[in-house]
Structure formats: C-alpha cells, structure tokens
Design a protein around this ligand. Sequence first.
Ligand code: NAD
Ligand code: DAU
Length: 355
Amino acid sequence: MTILVTGGAGFIGSNFVIDWLGAEREPVVNLDKLTYAGNLSNLDAVADDAGHRFVQGDIGDAALLERIFSEHHPRAVVHFAAESHVDRSIHGPAPFVDTNVVGTLRLLEAARGAWTRLEGGAREAFRFLHVSTDEVYGTLGPRDPAFTEQTPYAPNSPYAASKASSDHLVRAYHHTYGLPTLTTNCSNNYGPLQFPEKLIPLVIANAVEGKPIPVYGDGQQVRDWLYVNDHCDAIRQVLARGRVGETYNIGGNAERANLDVVNTICDALQGARPRPGGYRELIRFVADRPGHDRRYAMDIRKIQGELGWAPRESFESGLARTVAWYLDNQDWVARVKSGEYRNWIETNYGKRSTA
Ligand code: NAD
Ligand code: DAU
C-alpha cells in the first residue's frame, strides 16, 4: 500500500510526510514542484527512510501523473500542493489559478482515471483528500459565530478564490463521477518548517535580526491558530474514518489578534535571547493588506463529534515550541532565504510605508 502526497516539500506537507511515516509506516510518493516554497531539506528527517519516494514535478503535468498512478498504484491521494500566500496572490494571481485550480483539475482527472480502473475492495477503499482553507468562507465580524461546514463560500482574495474553485471541483468530481473525495478546511497553521513569508516565522526571523516587524493596519485582525502537528493528526483521522463526499473544518480553538501574536513572540524571544530595549520596539504598523479579512474562526464540532479529534497543543505551548525551533534552526532560515526571498521582501514591503 502507498499514498500519494502532493506538495510534500512545503510547510504542512513535509510535516505531514514526517508524521505519516512515523505513525503509519506506509510508503509515500511525494510529488512536489519545488517552487520557492518547497524545500527538500524540510525532508531531512526522512532522507534515509525507504518508505519515502520523492518525485520533482508539477501537479499540472498529466503525463507525469499518469506515470505515477500506473507505477505506484496509490490507494489514496493527500493533496497539499498549492500556491499558498495571500499577499503573493494580490501581487500576481495567475500562478494561483494555474496550480490551485487547473493543477487540482489535472490531479482529479488522473485520480479519477486510476480509480475507475480499480475493482472491488480497492475501488471502495480509494480516497482523494483535498486540503483547503477557512479563507473560502470569507470574513467574520467580532461577534459572528465561527464558520461551520454549512457557511456559504465568499472568498475575498485571489488565493481564497482559487482554493474555493478547487473545493468546488472536488465536490463536483464526487457528485458527478462518484470519486471518493474528502475535503478539509483548516485555519492558520504554525510550527516548524514554515517559510518565513507568513506572519509567525517572518516576525521571529526579523526580530532575531533586529529588523522592523511589520504589522498590517491596526493589527486587530483575528486568526484561529492551529499547531501543524495537530493538523497532520486531523488529516490522518479524516483519511482513515471520514465520510466520503464530506468536508471537515479543522481549527485550533485559539483565536488571537495579530498584534497579540506579535507581542507574545517578542516576549518569548526576550525570555530566550534578551535584547536591550526588548523586541517590541521593533514593531512597525505598515499599510494594510488590500481586502484584508478581519476575522476567521472555525467551528470544529463536526470533526470532534464524528472522529473524536481535537487540537492537543495550546497556542502558548505551540508558540513556545515554534520559537524554540526557529532559534535552534537558524541555518534552515538562512538557507531558505534565497535571492527570490529577498526579491519578495522588496516587492511586498518595499513600498508598504508606515501607515
Ligand atoms: P507551502 O506554500 O508551504 O507549500 C506548498 C508546496 O506545494 C511547496 O512545496 C511547493 O513547491 C508545492 N507546489 C506548488 N505548486 C506546485 C505544483 N504546481 N505542483 C507540485 N507542487 C507544487 O504551503 P502550506 O502552507 O504547506 O499549505 C499546504 C496546503 O494547505 C495548501 O493547499 C494551502 O492552501 C493549505 N492551507 C494552508 C494553511 C496554512 O496556514 N499554511 C492553512 C489552511 C490551508
Ligand atoms: O487561514 C488559513 C490561511 O492562513 C491559509 O489558507 C493560507 O495559506 C495562509 O497563508 C494563511 O493566510 P493568512 O493571510 O491568514 O496568513 P499570513 O501569515 O500571511 O498572515 C496572518 C495575519 O497576519 C494576516 O491578518 C495578515 C497579517 N500579517 C501578515 C504578514 C506576512 C501582518 O500583519 N504582517 C505581515 O508581515
């Protein structure tokens, strides 16, 4: 038995592959294009594991997908590969449509072809698990109830729109062709191996270097933070026992305003590596993200009730582990900050003058 993971050299995908090989001992074929966000050194922990087979390639490459399915006969697909950064989607939406929409379509087609050729128990057991986001539901006011699986889709950024499109394709492949799909919509992940373009690793990386810490707008936007290993565990549960054709919300029960997150990181760093004047003095309020969603929150009663999953990590314990990991892995941070990373920082922050 084998599973096919896409995007397994990115942040969540690499954590999932490491977690999967440790917990399940079932081989993984890991298909990843190695964009700026994919990094083979994320997989160092499984470099000597014979159960891990890495293939560099694009989920949009139909011929490659055909080869992978006929050579490895995966019993399931866990689909992480995506362009994932909201700010990048604002600067350039096209790659988001190429990978998140068209790439997902190609992957669904390849999976449908392989599934159609299966018979009996193997056909029954096949699964296509699509990893999506809470951003497809749009934005919440301060007192609105959290998003449920019934919340209507209202994506606000090009990234969210591309993920919503891919969710609809997955739904349609189940409804029209009977492909045994599962969709998970999760909140903001954090933890080891996250590329330092996202809020938490960017704040840690800048603070350690004594650089300004950019906070968009008033910093009162709220996200629901989910420790990445809790997310990996939830995906394993949904893959094993989720009801076919269903979607499951996954969240961390940890709503925090961005400024509180940034202050907590600054204080944790001050404890671990004291800086004269402290880290909070590096905080700069900069121009807001266009169309910035104010608040996300996830109602996770469905996955809790049906599958008995709940996040184990509190935000405080998860953040402490995350800060410690980044301090211990400064060489990783230095390695992933390629020339492309410096171009991105200039594109996104160069013109974002202090608000
Ligand atoms: P990431 O940007 O860290 O990694 C994405 C990976 O996909 C990279 O390794 C990249 O090389 C690969 N990839 C990109 N385009 C590809 C293509 N065309 N073919 C093959 N591989 C390709 O992303 P992440 O944060 O790990 O997110 C993984 C998934 O989870 C995404 O689908 C994202 O939408 C979803 N998600 C992420 C979060 C979060 O907080 N990070 C929250 C909710 C949902
Ligand atoms: O909600 C799930 C989503 O979470 C995922 O689907 C996306 O793939 C993932 O990138 C993430 O999107 P966000 O836009 O919420 O994450 P990001 O880390 O980019 O930003 C978190 C919050 O912090 C957001 O309100 C914007 C703010 N921010 C971000 C950066 C990079 C800042 O204030 N300053 C910054 O420099």
